[in-house]
Design a protein around this ligand. Sequence first.
Ligand SMILES: Cc1cc2nc3c(=O)[nH]c(=O)nc-3n(C[C@H](O)[C@H](O)[C@H](O)COP(=O)(O)O)c2cc1C
Length: 369
Amino acid sequence: MKLYRPLLRPLLFRVDAETVHGLAIRAAELASSSRWLCSSVARRHEVDSDRLAVEIGGLRFRTPLGLAAGFDKSARAVPFLAALGFGHVEVGSISAEPSAGNPKPRLFRIPLDRGIVVNYGLPNDGADKVAQRLARSHACAPVGVNIVSTNRGPSAAAEPDEAVIGDYLQSVRRLQPVADYLCLNLSCPNTREGRGFFHEPERLTQLLKELDALDGRGVVKPLFLKVAPFQSLAQLEAFLATVEPARSVTGFSINLPPGKPAGLITPASQLSAMPGAVSGPIAAAAADWTLRELYSRMDRSRYHLIGSGGVFTGEDAYRKIRLGASLVQLMTALVYEGPGIAATINRALARLLEADGVQHIAQAVGVDA
Ligand SMILES: Cc1cc2nc3c(=O)[nH]c(=O)nc-3n(C[C@H](O)[C@H](O)[C@H](O)COP(=O)(O)O)c2cc1C
């Protein structure tokens, strides 16, 4: 995979971003159908350090580094993606009904910022089809299922609150038997009102109440809530207070902020033709602030954090762990650095822990918060 950056990437970057994304998923899907291929790729990318293993909610992750939601949106290629050295693969976001997402073009690379502008609008095959796929899957790592409410397109009328919440509940019911953990995407920048439906705390309270009561036993898998970076401490504390009564919540994951952050190198004239949120290194500052403040203020006997946003190196992953993340995720680095990135980061992370005399990764969580 040393050839990815000098040879393959320049070729791929000449082709439209969404076309390449589709081709990558198709290739990984084909590779996933061969157990032999997946196990030999897994052996080559194996994590060879027990220091990196993480346990959360009864799940064991061989490394804290996972693949973020949005790459394998409909769970087509989990076995091969897991074999690349990821400690977990989060698929989705998946909605109760299939969705075509936003009109194209809706995915753009901004190489000057090593980022991606994303305005997909949550296209996916829907909970039924994905549940069937995952039931037949054979991944060598835990699989997280990221759930969102159905995007019915830009011309659809806004739905009543009960319909949006019912959409989440239907997906949770359908997908939790085939998931190792669930993550509810509360913050998708492409949903209504810019900051998303759950900006109103009463709606989140209602969803969490209904989840706690789901089918008389609540949610039976670890459940994370994925939120946009908070803009103030008051907002962050209000969120924690809203979530506090809910029994089902295992922790929080941090999404991209909506819109274009300040400080991008890509010229504004180019960015103006690219609607959407920006991933990569520019997303790190807001995500890291939220990570540290959540870690400092949350009940750490109840909750765990998943950090993402600009993880390209072992140092980036280690920084997020030291700020409070028990798990970290990446997606943009896979596009810019290629399929060997997870193994490279895992090895670097193990070296960093060793150099600091840290016996086990759990001891590093939150030390800088
Ligand atoms: C192309 C693309 C699609 C994404 N789709 C989703 C999604 O469907 N659901 C979700 O929760 N997050 C989605 N995200 C956010 C990622 O899961 C992740 O939190 C974010 O990209 C930050 O990590 P990165 O800088 O390593 O890419 C998407 C990001 C990108 C770049």
